[in-house]
Design a protein around this ligand. Structure first.
Ligand SMILES: Cc1ncc(COP(=O)(O)O)c(C=O)c1O
Length: 440
C-alpha cells in the first residue's frame, strides 16, 4: 500500500488573496486590515507562516485546544478503520448518544446528529413544527441561528442586517433582554421577568394573523446580540409564556455549550430551566464538522410519521469518535472548572480596568464567554465602535486575536479555547490596559 501526500503549493498571503478573489465566492470575509496566513494550531495558540504565535481568544470551535492530540488521534484511528453511515450498526454512535445525553437533565434523552449548528437548528425547527402543529416562530432580537434559508429567515442579525430582506411575516422578534442597554437595567430584580413579558406581545401578533407559535428560539447566553448574559428569571418566564401558547422551547447552545459557561456544562442550566430541544455545534468535535439536537422522547416520537430522517454524513463513526474524545478531554483535563476559574479571573481583571477607564461601559459574561462593551459616554451609552476596532488591531499587533460583536459592533467578544490559562489571561489584560491607555 502506498500513501501519497499531495504537495500543496505554499503561497504568500497576497497570492492567496488573489486566488480567493479569482476562484472563491466573493461573499467570504477576511479578518483584519492586514490578513494573517495561519499554518498551525496548538492549545490556545495559532501560528502564522513565519512561526509567529497568536493567542486565540475568539475560537469557540477548537474548544479543548487547537489540534488536541487525543481528538486528532481519535479521528485518525477511526478514519483508517471505517467511515460509513448510520444504516449499519456501529458502537461509536450509540456510545456517543449515551454519553452526550448523560450530560443533560433526564428528560432530554433522545439525540439526533447533524453536520453543523445550522442543520441542528433546521432540524429542531422541523421537530417543533411537527410536535406543535404550528408554524410561526419567536426569536430574540439580533440573534443568529444559521446560514440556511430557513435560519436566515429567523435570524434578525441577518434579515435586519446588510443585504437582509426584513422580518418575514411568520417570525416575531422578542425584545433583547439586555440589562445594560435595554429598558430594564441590572439591579432591577424583575428585569428578567419584565423582558420575558414581551413574548405576550409576540404571541398576540401571531394569534392576530390567525396562526399559533411553533417555537421559541433563544441562545442560553446571547452571542451576536453582544455577549449578553440573560437576566435571572428570563428563560423560566419566557418558557412558561411560550409553552402556555403551545410553543416548543429551543435552547441554542451552539456557541456556549460543553462547559464553556463554567458554572454549568450547559448554559441553560444557569437559568434553572429544562428546554424542550437543545441544539449544539461548533465545539462538539473541536473543529471537525458535527452538530446535534437533543430532545424529549415525546417530541422525537411525534416526528415519526413514516418519513426517514437520513443525513449522509451525520453520526458517522469518525465524527462520533472525535465527539467522544472531546467529552473525555473536557472531563480528564477539568476544562469546565478551568473555564470557571480563568473566566472569573478575566472578569475580575476587566472590572478593574472598567474602574480605571471610562471607555469600558460594561463587563459581563460567564466562564470563558465574556463581553466588554465599549462606550464613549457612560450616561448616553454612545457606542465606541471605532475605539473597539482600534483595540482589536492593537491586540492583533501584539499577537492576540479578538473580535467585536453586538448591534453596534462595540462589544469585545472573548471566547477562547477553554484551555486558556491564567498566564494567557494576564497577558491579555496587560495588553488591553496598554490599548486603553493609548486611547485615553
Ligand atoms: C448561536 C448560533 N447558532 C447557530 C449557528 C450556526 O452554526 P454553523 O455555522 O455551524 O452552521 C451559529 C454560528 O455562528 C451560532 O452562533
Amino acid at each position: 500500500m502506498t500513501t501519497t501526500a499531495q504537495a500543496i503549493p505554499q503561497r504568500s498571503p497576497q497570492e492567496i488573496i488573489d486566488l480567493r478573489r479569482r476562484h472563491l465566492n466573493p461573499s467570504l470575509s477576511i479578518s483584519y486590515r492586514e490578513p494573517i496566513k495561519m499554518v498551525r494550531g496548538e492549545g490556545a495558540y495559532l501560528f502564522d507562516q513565519n512561526g509567529q504565535a497568536y493567542l486565540d481568544m475568539v475560537n469557540n470551535v477548537c474548544h479543548v485546544g487547537h489540534c488536541h492530540p487525543a481528538v486528532v488521534a481519535a479521528g485518525q484511528t477511526q478514519m483508517a478503520q471505517l467511515n460509513t453511515n448510520t444504516r449499519y450498526l456501529h458502537d461509536n454512535i450509540v456510545e456517543y448518544a449515551k454519553r452526550l445525553s448523560a450530560t443533560f437533565p433526564n428528560e432530554l434523552s433522545v439525540v439526533f446528529l447533524t453536520n453543523s449548528g445550522t442543520e441542528a437548528n433546521d432540524l429542531a425547527l422541523r421537530l417543533a413544527k411537527t410536535y406543535s402543529k404550528a408554524n410561526d416562530i419567536i426569536v430574540v432580537d439580533h440573534a443568529y441561528h444559521g446560514n440556511s434559508p430557513t435560519m436566515i429567515e429567523l435570524s434578525p442579525y441577518k434579515f435586519d442586517g446588510k443585504g437582509g430582506q426584513g422580518r418575514p411575516a411568520h417570525i416575531q422578534v422578542a425584545e433583547i433582554p439586555d440589562d445594560y442597554r435595554g429598558r430594564f437595567r441590572r439591579g432591577d430584580p424583575l428585569a428578567g421577568k419584565k423582558y420575558a413579558a414581551d413574548l405576550h406581545r409576540a404571541i398576540g401578533a401571531i394569534h392576530a394573523r390567525g396562526q399559533a407559535p411553533a417555537a421559541f428560539f433563544c441562545e442560553s447566553i446571547l452571542g451576536c446580540g453582544g455577549q449578553v448574559v440573560l437576566p435571572e428569571g428570563y428563560l423560566s418566564e419566557a418558557y412558561a409564556i411560550a409553552r402556555a401558547a403551545g410553543a416548543v422551547c429551543i435552547a441554542d447552545e451552539v456557541q456556549v455549550g460543553f462547559g464553556r459557561a463554567g458554572s454549568h456544562f450547559w448554559a441553560f442550566e444557569s437559568q434553572g430551566v429544562v428546554p424542550d430541544i437543545v441544539t449544539m455545534g461548533k465545539p462538539i468535535c473541536n473543529g471537525h464538522p458535527m452538530g446535534a439536537v437533543v430532545t424529549r422522547p415525546e417530541i422525537a416520537q411525534a416526528f415519526m410519521n413514516g418519513m426517514e430522517y437520513f443525513n449522509t454524513f451525520a453520526g458517522n463513526p469518525v465524527s462520533c469518535a472525535m465527539g467522544l474524545a472531546v467529552l473525555d478531554v473536557i472531563e480528564q483535563e477539568s476544562l469546565q472548572a478551568n473555564a470557571q476559574a480563568v473566566g472569573d479571573l478575566v472578569l475580575q481583571g476587566l472590572r478593574t480596568l472598567q474602574s480605571e477607564f471610562d471607555l469600558i461601559g460594561d463587563v459581563r459574561g460567564m466562564g470563558l464567554f465574556i463581553g466588554v462593551e465599549m462606550v464613549k459616554d457612560r450616561e448616553k451609552l454612545t457606542p465606541a465602535t471605532e475605539e473597539a476596532n482600534v483595540v482589536i488591531e492593537y491586540l492583533k499587533a501584539h499577537h492576540i486575536l479578538l473580535s467585536t460583536d453586538g448591534p453596534y459592533d462595540n462589544v469585545l467578544k472573548l471566547k477562547p479555547p477553554i484551555v486558556f490559562s491564567k498566564a494567557n489571561a494576564e497577558e491579555f489584560l496587560q495588553r488591553l490596559r496598554e490599548a486603553l491607555q493609548m486611547l485615553q
